[in-house]
Design a protein around this ligand. Structure first.
Ligand code: SAM
Length: 282
């Protein structure tokens, strides 16, 4: 069965009486080039693939063709009979029904992938939870090699921006702290059924063995980063002072020590400068 063919998918879904739930971010891929390209970028035959949101299994099938093992987490139980049919030919994949935001992924990875050399997350993410899922995966320090995911174009550009550039934000700094990120390729809105209102990109986050900067406390670092980007139109000094209640004089002195202007904006700081500021302030 060609799961990326529009007519095949339409027939399959009509036959099952399936209707799309917008609230679950259900836009299914109907473009034959996208999923093989994602699988090739993410996996080899020794890899275990953790997928979030298999839908009707179009990416799952491509992952199963390449990976040692695939485990897919799907929230919508209405997809159970469809997935049973579409994935019947693969004996190396399993679908777990549950909420990817709530499941204990560390335990799941330990249980399911002990025979795999490395584990990657590969998914076409539901867009309403892109950031919490990616940040949750990174912050939980799961034993992952990389994360190859399709996300809304704007979110992907922000995640993969250079820290210290206009496009960067708190999520850029967090992603960069845990991983090396890159945009792999674009996917237009017409590649989906139903087509969403925005275009997408596939990105890869390769998990770092060690963070690129040394901070005295990760909790303080992320607290500071969040405060830095809370009010983008204000200077760093103003937004950090407003958000964290630190006196402006103290922030000014820390900026001066780092050789930075008192009117610098958060988006102008590099990872090293943000880490330096954190270590000065806390
Ligand atoms: N992988 C399929 C594809 O590329 O065609 C479907 C991708 S669709 C963008 C997102 C999928 O995630 C849907 O199947 C949706 O039901 C599922 N989903 C939404 N929220 C979820 C959650 N919290 N946990 C697991 N799956 C979820």
């Amino acid at each position: 069965m060609n799961l990326a063919d529009f007519n095949t998918v339409e027939k399959l879904l009509t036959h099952a009486g399936f209707s799309f739930k917008k609230s679950l971010g259900q836009n299914f891929i109907v473009d034959p080039t996208v999923c093989p390209e994602m699988a090739a970028a993410a996996l080899d035959e020794n890899t275990g693939a953790l997928e979030i949101g298999p839908g009707i299994g179009v990416l799952t099938a491509e992952l199963a063709r390449v990976a040692k093992k695939v485990v897919s987490i799907e929230l919508d139980e209405r997809l159970k009979p469809i997935l049973k049919k579409t994935l019947a030919e693969f004996d190396n994949c399993e679908v777990v029904f549950g909420d990817a935001m709530k499941l204990d992924l560390k335990a799941l990875i330990a249980e399911k992938f002990s025979d795999c050399k490395r584990v990657v997350v590969c998914a076409n993410l539901p867009y309403y939870i892109t950031s919490p899922i990616i940040m949750g995966l990174l912050e939980a320090k799961l034993p992952l090699h990389s994360i190859v995911v399709m996300v809304q174009k704007e979110a992907g550009e922000r995640l993969c921006a250079r820290v210290g550039s206009r496009e960067s934000g708190a999520v850029t700094v967090a992603a960069n702290y845990y991983a090396e990120s890159e945009i792999l390729f674009d996917v237009g809105r017409d590649s989906f059924m139903p087509p969403p209102k925005v275009d997408s990109v596939v990105i890869r986050l390769k998990i770092r063995e060690n963070p690129p900067v040394k901070v005295n406390s990760e909790a303080d670092f992320f607290k500071l980063v969040k405060a830095c980007f809370a009010q983008r139109r204000k200077t760093l000094s103003n937004t950090v002072s407003n958000s964290l209640g630190i006196e402006k004089e103290k922030i000014g002195a820390a900026l001066q020590k780092l050789g930075l202007s008192p009117t610098v904006r958060s988006e102008q700081l590099t990872m090293e400068e943000l880490a330096g500021l954190c270590n000065e302030l806390f």
